[in-house]
Each structure stands twice: as C-alpha cells, then as structure tokens.
Design a protein around this ligand. Structure first.
Ligand SMILES: [Ca+2]
Ligand SMILES: [Ca+2]
Length: 134
C-alpha cells in the first residue's frame, strides 16, 4: 500500500508545497490540504502504518523527521522544532512517540474543528478509538 492509493497525488503536492519553508509546517493545515482529515478511521490507520516504517507500532521522532519525504521524495526534512511540536500534539501518553491512537485523534480533531456541530466529530472519534482497541 502506498500513500497515493489513499490520498490524491495532487492534494499531497499542494500540502507539501504549502510548507516548503523551514519551520512553516503545521500538521492541521497539512492534514486538511492532503485530505487525510476527511478519510475514514481505517484509511487514517493505514497511513499511520505506512509512516511507521520499521513497524514498531509507533512513529518515532527519527521517522517523523522524514514525514514530508514519505509523501514527496524531494520534500525537505522536518526541523527538530517541527518534529517535536508534531509529536507533542499527538503524544497523549507522553512517551515521546506517536501511537496509533494519538495519530487517529489528531487526524480526526482536525476534521472536528471544521464541522459546525461537535456531535459527528465525537462519533468519528469514538469509532476511531474503538477501531484501534478492538
Ligand atoms: Ca516506528
Ligand atoms: Ca505516545
């Protein structure tokens, strides 16, 4: 499975172009532009598994540095500050790496903030958490 089988190549290009300048990366903006925040929990989980290159079950800082390059090989690496703030946004259990649950939550929270009611966001989160745990 590749990222372009889940997300459109055009949307990925746009998302990567938006954060070409060092320290301009914002995961919320990126997830929205590349279309990840409107994907199903299953697809979001698939993206997580692609990004977890060594199949450790976590996205570590060393993998996150190359986050943009996983989407577009010619993209830049994330700066230390970007990688750290990305991790801290998704690191709900403070172990310094992103687990599937944290990944799902930040992906769907991006969507929730763009909905007019919080109800569907809650249902989406609930579905996602159930999916991760069961
Ligand atoms: Ca990993
Ligand atoms: Ca964590």
């Amino acid at each position: 499975m590749s990222l372009t089988s889940i997300l459109s190549a055009e949307a990925i290009d746009n998302a990567v172009k938006e954060c070409q300048a060092p320290d301009s990366f914002c995961y919320k903006k990126f997830f929205k532009l590349c279309g990840l925040s409107s994907k199903t929990p299953q697809e979001i989980k698939n993206v997580f598994q692609i990004l977890d290159e060594d199949n450790s079950g976590y996205i570590e800082e060393s993998e996150l540095k190359f986050f943009l390059q996983r989407f577009v090989p010619s993209a830049r690496t994330l700066t230390d500050a970007e990688a750290k703030s990305f991790i801290s946004a998704a690191d709900d259990d403070n172990d310094g790496r992103i687990g599937a649950e944290g990944w799902c939550l930040i992906s769907l929270n991006t969507l929730k903030s763009s909905l007019t009611t919080g109800v569907s966001g809650f249902i989406m989160n609930y579905t996602c958490i159930s999916f991760v745990f069961y």
